[in-house]
Design a protein around this ligand. Sequence first.
Ligand code: C5P
Length: 399
Amino acid sequence: MDLRGKHLVLGLTGGIACYKSAELVRLLTKAGATVQVAMTDAATQFITPVTMQALSGRPVFTSQWDGRIANNMAHIDLSREADAIVIAPASTDFLARLANGLCDDLLSTLCIARDCPLLVAPAMNRQMWMAPATQRNIAQLRADGVAVLGPGSGDQACGEVGDGRMLEPEELLDDIVAHFQPKLLAGRRMLITAGPTFEAIDPVRGITNRSSGKMGFAIARAAREAGADVLMVAGPTGLPTPRGVARIDVQSAQQMHDAVLSQLRGIDVFVAVAAVADWRPAEVAEHKLKKANDTDTPTLRFVQNPDILATVAARADAPYCVGFAAESENLEQYGEQKRRRKGVPLLVGNIGHHTFGLDENEIVLFDERGAMRLPRADKLSLARQLVAAIAERLPVDRP
Ligand code: C5P
C-alpha cells in the first residue's frame, strides 16, 4: 500500500499505449491510491472512458465543458484535489502543447492550472521521440520541473524497434511510488553487496547459502527512491534489478571483493548486505569430480575468503560503512561486538536467522549511541527506514 492516501489524476492522451493505462489504474488503486481519470478526445479513440471508469471506480472526465462540475471549473477542481498528475501515455503532440503552455482541452488546462507535481510517460514511435522538436520539448519540460518517466526501449506497435515505448505499468508504478519518497540521499552514491556467493568445487558443483538477496535489493530500491545513485554487486539470485539501479553480477566472494574494490571511487555509503561465504574450497577441480567406487568420498579443504566489509571499512578513504549480522542468539551482545570488530559506524542485526528468503524481517540498528529496534515489517519498509537512518548519520561532507 505504497500510495495509501494519495490522490492522483491520471491523464490519457492519444496513443496505442492507452491499453497499458487500464492495467496502470488497477496497480495504482491496488497500491492504495484513488485515481481520477481524465482523457483527451484522441485517447477515447484508443480505449473507452467506460473501461477507465470501471477500473478507477470514478466517472471519467473528457471535456472542459462537462456539466457534472457545477461551477464549470473542472480544470481547477480536479487538479486541486490531486497529489500529482500523471500523463500516461503522453503523446508527442501533448508534450509539445505542454512545453508551450497551450491549453485547449480539459487535460492540458488541468496541467497548466495545477499546483501539484506533474509526471509524464512519453509513448511514441522512435523517430517521433528522436525528432529535434520532441527532444527540445522534453528538455523544456524537465527544465520546468516536470518528471519524465522513461520512455522504454524495444519493439514498437508500428513494427519498428527503438526508444519511445511507454514504460510497462509495473515500471510506472515503481516510478510513481519513488516520486513520493523523500529525497534523503539526493546526490549521494551508494554501493551495495547483495545475495549469496557461490564457491565452486568443480565445473558443475559449488557451495552457496540460502540468502535470497531480497533485503539487499530492497535497500538498493529504497536508496534509489531516496535519490541516491546506486550500484549493486549481486551474487547469484533470480531477483529483478530495481528500477534505476546499476548492477554487477558476480559468483564468488573473491569476485565480489574485486568488484567492490574496483568501484569504490566516489562512493559515499557502502552497505554490505551480501551473505558472503567465509570459506571457499582451496582448489577448484578443472574437471567434474568422479566417483571412483561405491565407498569413495572426496575431502574438501577450505581457505578463508577476504572480508569485504572489514577491508573497505579499514581504508583511509572509507565511505560510510554499514554491515549486517545474522545471529541465532545473543544478538544484542554479538551485534555491538561485530560492529566494533568490523570497524563500521552502523551495523544492522537480523533478529533470528530465519529471515533468508522471507518477505518480512525484524532488525536492530547498532551504532555508537546504542541499539535501536525496528519492529517486524516487510523488507522494503525496513529498507526505507534504514535508508532514513543512514541519511541522518551521514557526514555532511566526505573528506
Ligand atoms: O562476519 P559476518 O559474516 O557475520 O559479517 C557479516 C557482515 O560482513 C555482512 O555485512 C557481510 O556482508 C559482511 N561480510 C563481508 N565479507 C565477508 C564476510 C562478511 O563483506 N567475507
